[in-house]
Write a protein that binds this ligand. Structure first.
Ligand code: G6P
Ligand code: MG
Length: 217
């Protein structure tokens, strides 16, 4: 049975996907590269470097320039997330985390972002997590299962006793590869391979969730 939950951050707990988009867009504009909101959708859950390479669409730059571009994007991103507050929590996220804690179950963060700690602190939910796996935790990123396996290990639970909550295709694949139960948040086109697909965490109660998982997983 499920004893722990591992939450992706961007797009599950808060909508930082918008800030990532604005930061990448600003960089793309400066480079004279077209970049749309729709193209940004494909970058959900994709680490910083791979995101940059996708944005560059085959244009090549020396390694030092790539580093500078990544730093620049991150500077913009940090600028945008300075404004994040508890109001930016997506509906239902805090309530579910609190229910998980109250029920004596465990919660971990499993985000590819190097800014994950800063974001959960600004959201005011850092103390609701028993463990944090972030962009510094592992080398192989989603869709490899490493980050979620690391989070489960920090919780002291096997993957079979953890449910991963994800909004990105790469994240759903990572969780499936690790043998986790997977809850997909968002449209079927993106997270349809998850065991359970929900439009959002709004109004999702722990008891109902555990019941739905036991029939669908
Ligand atoms: C998450 C986001 C991605 C982002 C990645 C790395 O997976 O969904 O959009 O590129 O984290 O984030 P970072 O803050 O380290 O650049
Ligand atoms: Mg995400």
């Amino acid at each position: 049975s499920i004893k722990g939950f591992i939450f992706d951050l961007d797009g599950v707990v808060t909508d930082t996907a918008e800030y990532h988009y604005q930061a990448w867009k600003r960089l793309a504009d400066e480079l004279g590269i077209p970049f749309t909101r729709e193209e940004n959708e494909a970058l959900r859950g994709i680490p910083r470097r791979e995101s940059l390479l996708m944005l560059l669409k085959g244009r090549t730059y020396p390694e030092t320039t790539l580093d500078e571009l990544m730093e620049r994007k991150n500077r913009y991103y940090l600028e945008y997330i300075r404004a994040i507050s508890p109001r930016d929590l997506l509906p239902g996220a805090r309530e579910l985390l609190q229910e998980i804690r109250a029920a004596g179950l465990k919660a971990a963060l499993g985000s590819a972002s190097k800014n994950a700690r800063e974001v959960i602190e600004r959201l005011g939910i850092a103390d609701l997590f028993d463990a944090i796996a972030d962009g510094y935790s592992v080398t192989r990123q989603k869709p490899a299962p490493d980050l979620f396996l690391h989070a489960a290990a920090l919780l002291g639970l096997p993957p079979t006793e953890c449910a991963v909550v994800e909004d990105a295709t790469a994240g759903v694949e990572a969780a499936l590869a690790g043998g986790f139960t997977v809850i997909g948040i968002g449209p079927h086109e993106r997270v349809g391979r998850a065991h359970l697909v929900l439009p959002s965490l709004a109004g999702v109660s722990l008891s109902k969730l555990l019941e739905q998982l036991s029939v669908s997983a």
